[in-house]
Design a protein around this ligand. Structure first.
Ligand SMILES: NC(=O)c1ccc[n+]([C@@H]2O[C@H](COP(=O)([O-])OP(=O)(O)OC[C@H]3O[C@@H](n4cnc5c(N)ncnc54)[C@H](O)[C@@H]3O)[C@@H](O)[C@H]2O)c1
Length: 357
Protein backbone atom coordinates (compact mmCIF):
# COMPACT_ATOMS: atom_id res chain seq x y z
CA UNK A 1 0.00 0.00 0.00
CA UNK A 2 2.79 2.34 1.05
CA UNK A 3 4.72 1.44 -2.09
CA UNK A 4 1.71 2.17 -4.25
CA UNK A 5 1.23 5.59 -2.60
CA UNK A 6 4.86 6.35 -3.03
CA UNK A 7 4.67 5.38 -6.72
CA UNK A 8 1.60 7.60 -7.21
CA UNK A 9 3.32 10.54 -5.56
CA UNK A 10 6.40 10.14 -7.72
CA UNK A 11 4.33 9.83 -10.85
CA UNK A 12 2.30 12.91 -9.86
CA UNK A 13 5.40 15.02 -9.35
CA UNK A 14 6.91 13.82 -12.60
CA UNK A 15 3.72 14.65 -14.45
CA UNK A 16 3.65 18.14 -12.95
CA UNK A 17 7.18 18.62 -14.26
CA UNK A 18 6.12 17.54 -17.71
CA UNK A 19 3.06 19.78 -17.99
CA UNK A 20 3.27 22.41 -20.76
CA UNK A 21 6.39 20.79 -22.16
CA UNK A 22 5.24 19.28 -25.45
CA UNK A 23 8.67 18.31 -26.77
CA UNK A 24 9.47 16.37 -23.64
CA UNK A 25 6.09 14.72 -23.54
CA UNK A 26 6.47 13.56 -27.11
CA UNK A 27 9.83 11.93 -26.60
CA UNK A 28 9.42 11.03 -22.92
CA UNK A 29 7.88 8.19 -21.00
CA UNK A 30 4.21 7.41 -21.59
CA UNK A 31 2.38 8.62 -18.48
CA UNK A 32 -1.27 8.49 -17.69
CA UNK A 33 -1.89 12.04 -16.56
CA UNK A 34 -5.37 11.40 -15.20
CA UNK A 35 -4.20 9.24 -12.32
CA UNK A 36 -1.84 11.95 -11.08
CA UNK A 37 -2.82 14.05 -8.09
CA UNK A 38 -0.29 16.87 -8.29
CA UNK A 39 -1.44 19.51 -10.73
CA UNK A 40 1.10 22.11 -9.75
CA UNK A 41 3.29 22.48 -6.73
CA UNK A 42 3.59 24.05 -3.29
CA UNK A 43 2.87 27.80 -2.98
CA UNK A 44 5.77 29.98 -4.04
CA UNK A 45 6.97 32.20 -6.83
CA UNK A 46 6.82 31.41 -10.52
CA UNK A 47 10.10 32.14 -12.25
CA UNK A 48 11.08 31.93 -15.93
CA UNK A 49 14.68 31.63 -17.09
CA UNK A 50 15.21 32.63 -20.73
CA UNK A 51 18.46 31.28 -22.18
CA UNK A 52 18.29 28.35 -19.78
CA UNK A 53 20.48 25.93 -21.75
CA UNK A 54 23.54 28.16 -21.83
CA UNK A 55 26.71 28.44 -19.80
CA UNK A 56 24.99 30.68 -17.26
CA UNK A 57 21.51 29.26 -17.78
CA UNK A 58 22.24 25.69 -16.69
CA UNK A 59 23.99 26.32 -13.35
CA UNK A 60 21.53 29.16 -12.67
CA UNK A 61 18.61 26.80 -13.34
CA UNK A 62 20.09 24.40 -10.77
CA UNK A 63 20.50 27.14 -8.16
CA UNK A 64 16.94 28.39 -8.77
CA UNK A 65 15.57 24.85 -8.50
CA UNK A 66 17.24 24.69 -5.06
CA UNK A 67 15.55 27.92 -3.90
CA UNK A 68 12.66 27.10 -1.54
CA UNK A 69 10.88 30.36 -2.45
CA UNK A 70 10.33 29.12 -6.02
CA UNK A 71 7.49 26.71 -6.75
CA UNK A 72 7.47 26.77 -10.55
CA UNK A 73 10.54 27.17 -12.73
CA UNK A 74 10.12 27.56 -16.49
CA UNK A 75 13.20 26.97 -18.64
CA UNK A 76 13.12 28.53 -22.10
CA UNK A 77 15.79 28.46 -24.79
CA UNK A 78 16.01 28.03 -28.55
CA UNK A 79 17.88 24.73 -28.00
CA UNK A 80 18.32 21.85 -25.54
CA UNK A 81 15.74 22.68 -22.87
CA UNK A 82 14.10 19.21 -23.04
CA UNK A 83 17.35 17.62 -21.86
CA UNK A 84 18.15 20.28 -19.27
CA UNK A 85 14.60 20.07 -17.91
CA UNK A 86 14.54 16.28 -17.70
CA UNK A 87 17.89 16.29 -15.94
CA UNK A 88 16.96 19.03 -13.46
CA UNK A 89 13.52 17.54 -12.77
CA UNK A 90 15.21 14.57 -11.03
CA UNK A 91 16.62 16.75 -8.24
CA UNK A 92 14.62 16.31 -5.04
CA UNK A 93 13.65 19.91 -4.38
CA UNK A 94 10.03 21.00 -4.44
CA UNK A 95 10.04 23.44 -7.39
CA UNK A 96 8.31 22.05 -10.45
CA UNK A 97 10.44 22.54 -13.55
CA UNK A 98 9.03 22.76 -17.07
CA UNK A 99 10.90 23.08 -20.34
CA UNK A 100 10.03 25.17 -23.41
CA UNK A 101 12.02 25.14 -26.61
CA UNK A 102 11.93 27.37 -29.69
CA UNK A 103 10.20 30.66 -30.32
CA UNK A 104 6.77 29.06 -30.72
CA UNK A 105 6.89 28.17 -27.02
CA UNK A 106 8.17 31.51 -25.71
CA UNK A 107 4.71 32.78 -24.81
CA UNK A 108 3.74 29.58 -23.01
CA UNK A 109 6.94 29.79 -20.97
CA UNK A 110 6.03 33.30 -19.79
CA UNK A 111 2.35 32.91 -18.88
CA UNK A 112 1.78 33.78 -15.21
CA UNK A 113 5.44 34.36 -14.38
CA UNK A 114 6.35 36.71 -11.51
CA UNK A 115 10.10 36.94 -12.10
CA UNK A 116 11.77 36.62 -15.51
CA UNK A 117 15.54 36.24 -15.66
CA UNK A 118 17.25 36.76 -19.03
CA UNK A 119 20.76 35.43 -19.70
CA UNK A 120 19.96 34.63 -23.39
CA UNK A 121 22.48 35.67 -26.01
CA UNK A 122 26.09 35.24 -27.01
CA UNK A 123 29.01 35.68 -24.59
CA UNK A 124 32.35 37.45 -25.25
CA UNK A 125 35.43 35.88 -26.78
CA UNK A 126 38.98 37.14 -26.07
CA UNK A 127 39.54 40.59 -27.59
CA UNK A 128 35.82 41.47 -27.59
CA UNK A 129 34.20 44.14 -25.46
CA UNK A 130 30.68 43.72 -24.12
CA UNK A 131 29.63 46.32 -26.65
CA UNK A 132 30.76 44.01 -29.48
CA UNK A 133 27.87 41.73 -28.51
CA UNK A 134 25.34 44.47 -29.15
CA UNK A 135 24.22 43.53 -32.66
CA UNK A 136 23.20 39.98 -31.72
CA UNK A 137 22.02 40.37 -28.15
CA UNK A 138 20.01 43.56 -28.70
CA UNK A 139 17.58 41.74 -30.99
CA UNK A 140 17.33 38.74 -28.67
CA UNK A 141 16.53 40.88 -25.63
CA UNK A 142 13.99 42.91 -27.62
CA UNK A 143 12.12 39.78 -28.75
CA UNK A 144 12.11 38.23 -25.29
CA UNK A 145 10.89 41.46 -23.67
CA UNK A 146 8.09 41.73 -26.24
CA UNK A 147 7.01 38.31 -24.97
CA UNK A 148 7.18 39.50 -21.36
CA UNK A 149 5.09 42.60 -22.18
CA UNK A 150 2.45 40.40 -23.77
CA UNK A 151 2.32 37.44 -21.37
CA UNK A 152 3.43 38.60 -17.92
CA UNK A 153 3.47 42.43 -17.97
CA UNK A 154 3.63 42.62 -14.16
CA UNK A 155 6.68 40.41 -13.80
CA UNK A 156 9.96 41.67 -12.37
CA UNK A 157 12.62 41.39 -15.09
CA UNK A 158 16.31 40.75 -14.44
CA UNK A 159 18.53 41.39 -17.47
CA UNK A 160 21.86 39.56 -17.57
CA UNK A 161 22.50 39.58 -21.36
CA UNK A 162 25.31 41.94 -22.32
CA UNK A 163 25.91 44.76 -22.93
CA UNK A 164 23.71 45.38 -19.86
CA UNK A 165 24.37 49.13 -20.25
CA UNK A 166 22.37 48.94 -23.52
CA UNK A 167 20.10 45.92 -23.08
CA UNK A 168 18.31 47.45 -20.07
CA UNK A 169 17.42 50.63 -22.04
CA UNK A 170 16.28 48.34 -24.89
CA UNK A 171 13.97 46.46 -22.52
CA UNK A 172 12.64 49.76 -21.14
CA UNK A 173 11.79 50.99 -24.65
CA UNK A 174 10.04 47.71 -25.51
CA UNK A 175 7.91 47.98 -22.36
CA UNK A 176 7.17 51.66 -23.02
CA UNK A 177 5.99 50.83 -26.53
CA UNK A 178 3.76 48.09 -25.15
CA UNK A 179 2.41 50.42 -22.45
CA UNK A 180 3.60 48.12 -19.66
CA UNK A 181 6.73 49.93 -18.48
CA UNK A 182 7.23 50.21 -14.74
CA UNK A 183 10.82 51.27 -13.96
CA UNK A 184 10.58 49.61 -10.54
CA UNK A 185 10.30 46.20 -12.17
CA UNK A 186 13.22 46.34 -14.60
CA UNK A 187 16.74 45.66 -13.28
CA UNK A 188 20.08 45.09 -14.94
CA UNK A 189 22.01 42.48 -12.99
CA UNK A 190 25.33 43.92 -11.76
CA UNK A 191 25.61 41.58 -8.77
CA UNK A 192 28.65 39.86 -10.27
CA UNK A 193 30.58 43.14 -10.00
CA UNK A 194 29.66 43.30 -6.31
CA UNK A 195 30.46 39.62 -5.76
CA UNK A 196 33.88 40.11 -7.37
CA UNK A 197 34.49 43.30 -5.42
CA UNK A 198 33.60 41.58 -2.13
CA UNK A 199 35.93 38.69 -2.98
CA UNK A 200 38.94 40.76 -4.07
CA UNK A 201 38.61 43.23 -1.17
CA UNK A 202 38.35 40.33 1.30
CA UNK A 203 41.55 38.87 -0.18
CA UNK A 204 43.38 42.17 0.31
CA UNK A 205 42.05 42.59 3.87
CA UNK A 206 42.57 38.92 4.74
CA UNK A 207 39.00 38.44 5.99
CA UNK A 208 35.99 36.27 5.14
CA UNK A 209 34.27 37.62 1.95
CA UNK A 210 30.91 37.06 3.65
CA UNK A 211 31.77 39.96 5.98
CA UNK A 212 32.52 42.39 3.15
CA UNK A 213 30.10 44.67 1.31
CA UNK A 214 31.35 46.87 -1.49
CA UNK A 215 28.94 49.24 -3.26
CA UNK A 216 29.60 49.15 -7.01
CA UNK A 217 28.00 51.94 -9.04
CA UNK A 218 27.72 53.12 -12.66
CA UNK A 219 27.19 50.39 -15.23
CA UNK A 220 28.43 46.93 -16.17
CA UNK A 221 31.38 47.28 -18.57
CA UNK A 222 35.02 48.26 -18.04
CA UNK A 223 35.43 51.72 -16.55
CA UNK A 224 31.66 52.12 -16.14
CA UNK A 225 32.01 49.66 -13.22
CA UNK A 226 33.04 51.85 -10.28
CA UNK A 227 33.66 50.20 -6.90
CA UNK A 228 33.29 52.69 -4.06
CA UNK A 229 36.10 51.49 -1.83
CA UNK A 230 35.72 54.46 0.51
CA UNK A 231 32.31 53.03 1.52
CA UNK A 232 33.35 49.42 2.12
CA UNK A 233 31.81 47.59 5.07
CA UNK A 234 33.55 46.89 7.42
CA UNK A 235 35.05 50.37 7.28
CA UNK A 236 38.59 49.93 5.90
CA UNK A 237 41.35 52.08 4.49
CA UNK A 238 43.41 51.10 1.47
CA UNK A 239 46.79 52.28 0.20
CA UNK A 240 46.90 54.00 -3.18
CA UNK A 241 48.37 50.85 -4.73
CA UNK A 242 45.61 48.72 -3.22
CA UNK A 243 42.94 51.08 -4.60
CA UNK A 244 44.47 50.94 -8.10
CA UNK A 245 44.87 47.16 -7.97
CA UNK A 246 41.32 46.57 -6.68
CA UNK A 247 39.60 49.02 -9.02
CA UNK A 248 41.41 47.62 -12.02
CA UNK A 249 40.73 43.99 -11.06
CA UNK A 250 37.03 44.61 -10.36
CA UNK A 251 36.57 46.53 -13.63
CA UNK A 252 38.34 43.81 -15.60
CA UNK A 253 37.10 40.73 -13.73
CA UNK A 254 35.01 39.68 -16.73
CA UNK A 255 37.96 40.01 -19.11
CA UNK A 256 40.14 37.98 -16.70
CA UNK A 257 37.68 35.08 -17.07
CA UNK A 258 37.18 35.53 -20.84
CA UNK A 259 40.95 35.33 -21.37
CA UNK A 260 41.40 32.36 -19.03
CA UNK A 261 38.61 30.51 -20.89
CA UNK A 262 40.46 31.29 -24.14
CA UNK A 263 37.49 31.32 -26.50
CA UNK A 264 35.20 29.02 -24.53
CA UNK A 265 32.95 31.82 -23.25
CA UNK A 266 32.75 34.26 -20.36
CA UNK A 267 31.94 34.01 -16.66
CA UNK A 268 29.23 31.40 -16.12
CA UNK A 269 29.58 29.82 -12.66
CA UNK A 270 30.26 33.06 -10.79
CA UNK A 271 27.53 34.76 -12.86
CA UNK A 272 25.02 32.01 -12.06
CA UNK A 273 25.94 32.36 -8.38
CA UNK A 274 25.49 36.15 -8.55
CA UNK A 275 22.19 35.94 -10.47
CA UNK A 276 20.82 33.36 -8.02
CA UNK A 277 21.81 35.62 -5.11
CA UNK A 278 20.07 38.60 -6.72
CA UNK A 279 16.97 36.53 -7.56
CA UNK A 280 16.82 35.27 -3.97
CA UNK A 281 17.06 38.85 -2.62
CA UNK A 282 14.33 39.99 -5.03
CA UNK A 283 12.00 37.16 -4.04
CA UNK A 284 12.54 37.73 -0.31
CA UNK A 285 11.64 41.40 -0.90
CA UNK A 286 8.59 40.46 -3.02
CA UNK A 287 7.46 38.32 -0.10
CA UNK A 288 7.51 41.41 2.09
CA UNK A 289 10.83 41.14 3.93
CA UNK A 290 12.15 44.55 4.88
CA UNK A 291 15.60 46.10 4.49
CA UNK A 292 16.81 44.17 1.44
CA UNK A 293 19.46 46.27 -0.28
CA UNK A 294 21.37 45.29 -3.43
CA UNK A 295 23.20 47.09 -6.21
CA UNK A 296 21.44 47.06 -9.59
CA UNK A 297 21.40 48.98 -12.89
CA UNK A 298 18.01 50.70 -12.91
CA UNK A 299 16.13 53.75 -14.17
CA UNK A 300 17.45 56.41 -11.88
CA UNK A 301 17.72 60.10 -11.09
CA UNK A 302 20.85 59.99 -8.93
CA UNK A 303 22.86 61.37 -11.87
CA UNK A 304 21.82 63.10 -15.08
CA UNK A 305 21.84 59.70 -16.86
CA UNK A 306 18.50 57.88 -17.24
CA UNK A 307 19.94 54.57 -15.96
CA UNK A 308 22.57 54.04 -13.32
CA UNK A 309 23.68 51.28 -10.95
CA UNK A 310 23.56 52.13 -7.27
CA UNK A 311 22.41 50.54 -4.06
CA UNK A 312 18.64 50.07 -4.17
CA UNK A 313 16.05 48.97 -1.64
CA UNK A 314 14.00 46.06 -2.95
CA UNK A 315 10.39 45.64 -1.92
CA UNK A 316 7.04 44.11 -2.84
CA UNK A 317 6.96 46.02 -6.14
CA UNK A 318 10.59 45.69 -7.17
CA UNK A 319 12.81 48.74 -6.64
CA UNK A 320 11.27 50.71 -3.75
CA UNK A 321 14.02 53.24 -3.24
CA UNK A 322 17.23 54.29 -4.95
CA UNK A 323 19.99 55.44 -2.64
CA UNK A 324 22.20 58.43 -3.48
CA UNK A 325 25.88 57.88 -4.23
CA UNK A 326 27.02 59.05 -0.79
CA UNK A 327 30.33 60.82 -0.17
CA UNK A 328 32.99 60.01 -2.78
CA UNK A 329 36.74 60.68 -2.57
CA UNK A 330 38.71 62.44 -5.33
CA UNK A 331 39.66 59.18 -7.08
CA UNK A 332 36.02 58.02 -7.15
CA UNK A 333 34.75 61.41 -8.30
CA UNK A 334 37.22 61.31 -11.19
CA UNK A 335 36.08 57.77 -12.03
CA UNK A 336 32.48 58.94 -11.99
CA UNK A 337 33.14 61.72 -14.50
CA UNK A 338 34.93 59.31 -16.86
CA UNK A 339 32.33 56.58 -16.65
CA UNK A 340 29.36 58.84 -17.35
CA UNK A 341 30.55 59.64 -20.86
CA UNK A 342 30.92 55.98 -21.85
CA UNK A 343 27.75 54.92 -20.06
CA UNK A 344 25.71 57.64 -21.75
CA UNK A 345 26.82 56.43 -25.19
CA UNK A 346 25.81 52.84 -24.37
CA UNK A 347 22.43 53.89 -22.98
CA UNK A 348 21.74 56.07 -26.04
CA UNK A 349 22.68 53.19 -28.34
CA UNK A 350 20.18 50.91 -26.61
CA UNK A 351 17.39 53.49 -26.69
CA UNK A 352 18.03 54.26 -30.37
CA UNK A 353 17.98 50.56 -31.29
CA UNK A 354 14.39 50.09 -30.18
CA UNK A 355 13.28 53.38 -31.69
CA UNK A 356 14.54 52.17 -35.12
CA UNK A 357 12.10 49.25 -35.39
N1 LIG B 1 25.46 40.63 -16.37
C1 LIG B 1 26.60 40.00 -16.16
O1 LIG B 1 27.29 40.26 -15.16
C2 LIG B 1 27.07 38.94 -17.12
C3 LIG B 1 28.15 38.11 -16.77
C4 LIG B 1 28.53 37.12 -17.66
C5 LIG B 1 27.88 36.98 -18.88
N2 LIG B 1 26.85 37.80 -19.19
C6 LIG B 1 26.14 37.70 -20.47
O2 LIG B 1 25.15 36.67 -20.38
C7 LIG B 1 24.85 36.19 -21.71
C8 LIG B 1 24.87 34.67 -21.73
O3 LIG B 1 26.15 34.16 -21.47
P1 LIG B 1 26.43 32.57 -21.49
O4 LIG B 1 27.84 32.39 -21.10
O5 LIG B 1 25.37 31.84 -20.76
O6 LIG B 1 26.26 32.29 -23.07
P2 LIG B 1 25.90 30.90 -23.79
O7 LIG B 1 26.16 31.09 -25.23
O8 LIG B 1 26.59 29.78 -23.09
O9 LIG B 1 24.34 30.75 -23.50
C9 LIG B 1 23.41 31.61 -24.07
C10 LIG B 1 22.14 30.84 -24.28
O10 LIG B 1 21.19 31.73 -24.85
C11 LIG B 1 20.46 30.99 -25.80
N3 LIG B 1 19.80 31.85 -26.76
C12 LIG B 1 20.29 32.45 -27.86
N4 LIG B 1 19.32 33.12 -28.51
C13 LIG B 1 18.19 32.97 -27.77
C14 LIG B 1 16.86 33.43 -27.92
N5 LIG B 1 16.48 34.19 -28.95
N6 LIG B 1 15.98 33.05 -26.98
C15 LIG B 1 16.34 32.28 -25.93
N7 LIG B 1 17.58 31.82 -25.75
C16 LIG B 1 18.50 32.16 -26.66
C17 LIG B 1 21.48 30.07 -26.45
O11 LIG B 1 20.85 28.98 -27.10
C18 LIG B 1 22.30 29.65 -25.23
O12 LIG B 1 21.79 28.48 -24.65
C19 LIG B 1 25.90 36.83 -22.61
O13 LIG B 1 25.33 37.96 -23.23
C20 LIG B 1 26.98 37.27 -21.65
O14 LIG B 1 27.75 38.35 -22.14
C21 LIG B 1 26.43 38.77 -18.33
Amino acid sequence: METQDCFRRRLATLTAHLQSSPPIQQGGPCLEMDICRAKGSSPGFKVALLGASGGIGQPLALLLKMNPLISVLHLYDVVNTPGVTADLSHTDTSAVVRGFVGKDQLEASLQGMELVIIPAGVPRKPGMTRDDLFNINAGIVRTLCEGVAKCCPNAIVHIISNPVNSTVPIAAEVFKKAGTYDPKRLMGVTTLDVVRANTFVAEVLGIDPKLVKVPVIGGHAGITILPILSQVTPSSSFTKDEVLYLTNRIQNGGTEVVEAKAGAGSATLSMAYAAAKFADATLHALKGEAGIIECAFVASQVTELPFFATRVLLGRNGVDEIFPLGPLNDFEREGLVKLKEELKASIDKGTAFTAKK
